[in-house]
Design a protein around this ligand. Structure first.
Ligand code: 5AD
Ligand code: SF4
Length: 456
């Protein structure tokens, strides 16, 4: 084997699902240049941190991790092979120069729009420190290799597929429009080709990704703009692909076509992540969300008319500047009214360069902590109730992998709940009707129903 064939890359991924997708694309790009992925940092010729900038804590983690990696490299002694250290992702994009300054051990810094140039950047970084955080003109997706068949097979039955990137909404708390840039949709043919390749490699469920995925407006071969609802119809025609999900959506972009797709397409799963962030109109305005709480509730009603069993999920921020106890109670109120199946909640984190960082009336940390606790208690109670309501129901579960114990398998319900089943591993890959018999904190358990029609 030649030396190039033996190189190894170790990637550590932080943050959202898009970063998970991006790390896989980087692995695929590098594998064409003789790098094999490894899960052991000690074996690596190249260590990449794929970073997240969404909250302060996420960004700070990068510097402490870089310190650890530097120490690890130094301790290997002079005889050890060379190990390059690179920082990718949103911290690289937002703070590239600062990383170069604060972390001299770093050889390479590059933003999310440069991934297709990674092999070239790595080659350069062997000789000098490299930083690349431009937003290039060319379409990175057109230059990134397709997911590799063998790699896709190894990654399992579910896959992410980025269809849209960036954001033009400029919510006043959010760094995404700065780190990921303007909203861009991938052309329809590119998305379909990638989805076909995934299905061909055994993927049964695809989750379409985008910071504003329901704003998708990719061009088809005739130059016509196609929305997410129409795209879902096209994906549903792909043989072998049995389930479609998408995340994350903005309420303003939830159009009638997409809602109708939830009514018409069995393959489109009845689970929707639709963040509102706050239940107070005053705070929604300050956040620049451009809709009211009442408009959101009307939208939810419309969605539930189309798909009565739709499970909803959301994101919430507590302690946005100016948030009073009354504003916060409006958030608790909307959480109860919607009855979320699950939700994520965060303390507001000041992000440099966003309008929120300049606002008066920043909320003290202890107040944020207290509100977060109350909100999470409410969300947990709803999640428990939602899971309890599933007991006795039968729904199709995609059996994904072996379970924790021998003789167990694990999969997901249509509503994204993990389901543990006593069944043989030979069933992995199938979608089978499962009767739910019990619940744990974050999962369900059930048994496969034989000789009975599926309830959903
Ligand atoms: N502080 C706290 N949470 C944030 N989010 C985005 N920006 C911030 C911030 N500055 C949350 C939002 C978003 C999710 C991905 O992260 O709820 O929907
Ligand atoms: Fe950030 Fe989402 Fe708002 Fe865009 S829509 S600015 S990604 S929170």
């Amino acid at each position: 084997m030649s030396e190039t064939n033996t190189k190894k890359v170790f990637i550590k991924t932080y943050g959202c699902q898009m970063n998970v997708y991006d790390s896989d694309r980087m692995t695929d790009a590098l594998s064409e240049h003789g790098y094999a992925p490894t899960t052991e940092m000690g074996e690596a010729d190249l260590v990449l941190l794929n970073t997240c900038h969404i909250r302060e804590k996420a960004a700070e983690k990068v510097y402490s991790e870089l310190g650890r990696i530097r120490d690890f490299r130094d301790e290997r002694g002079p005889g050890a092979k060379k190990m390059l250290i690179g920082v990718a992702g949103c911290v690289a994009q937002a703070e590239g120069d600062e990383i170069m300054r604060r972390a001299p051990a770093v050889d390479l810094v590059f933003g999310p729009q440069s991934y297709h140039r990674l092999p070239e950047l790595v080659a350069k970084a062997g000789a000098e420190r490299v930083i690349d955080t431009d937003f290039p003109e060319e379409d990175k997706f057109a230059h990134l290799p397709q997911p590799r068949r063998e790699a896709t097979i190894k990654r399992g039955l579910t896959a992410f597929l980025t269809v849209q990137e960036g954001c033009d909404k400029f919510c006043s708390f959010c760094v995404v429009p700065y780190t990921r840039g303007a909203e861009v949709s991938r052309p329809v043919a590119q998305v379909i080709a990638e989805a076909r390749a995934l299905a061909d490699a055994g993927v049964r469920e695809v989750t379409l990704l985008g910071q504003n995925v329901n704003a998708y407006h990719g061009l088809n071969d005739n130059g016509r703009s196609v929305g997410l609802g129409e795209l879902c119809h096209m994906l549903a025609d792909i043989e072998g692909l049995e389930r479609i999900r998408y995340t994350t959506s903005h309420p303003r972009d939830m159009d009638d076509d997409l809602i109708a797709a939830h009514r018409d397409l069995d393959k489109l799963m009845p689970y929707l992540h639709l963040p509102i962030q706050s239940g107070s109109d005053r705070i929604l305005k300050a956040m620049n969300r451009r809709h009211t709480a009442a408009e959101y509730l009307e939208l939810i009603e419309k969605i539930r008319e189309a798909r009565p069993d739709m499970a909803l999920s959301g994101d919430f921020i507590v302690g946005f500047p100016g948030e009073t106890e009354e504003d916060f109670e409006a958030t608790l109120d909307i959480v109860r009214k919607v009855g979320y199946a699950s939700a994520f909640s965060f303390k507001y984190s000041t992000r440099p360069g966003t309008p929120g960082a300049e606002m008066d009336d920043q909320v003290p940390e202890p107040v944020k902590a207290e509100r977060l606790e109350r909100l999470q208690a409410e969300i947990n109670a709803l999640q428990t109730a939602f899971n309890a309501g599933c007991v006795g129901m039968t729904f199709p579960v995609l059996i994904e992998k072996p379970g924790r114990n021998p003789g167990q398998v694990a999969g997901r319900s249509p509503y994204l709940q993990p389901v543990h089943i006593e069944a043989d591993e030979s069933l992995i890959g199938q979608i089978l009707p499962v009767e739910i018999t019990g619940t744990a904190k974050n999962s369900l358990s059930g048994t496969i129903v034989t000789g009975k029609a599926q309830a959903v």
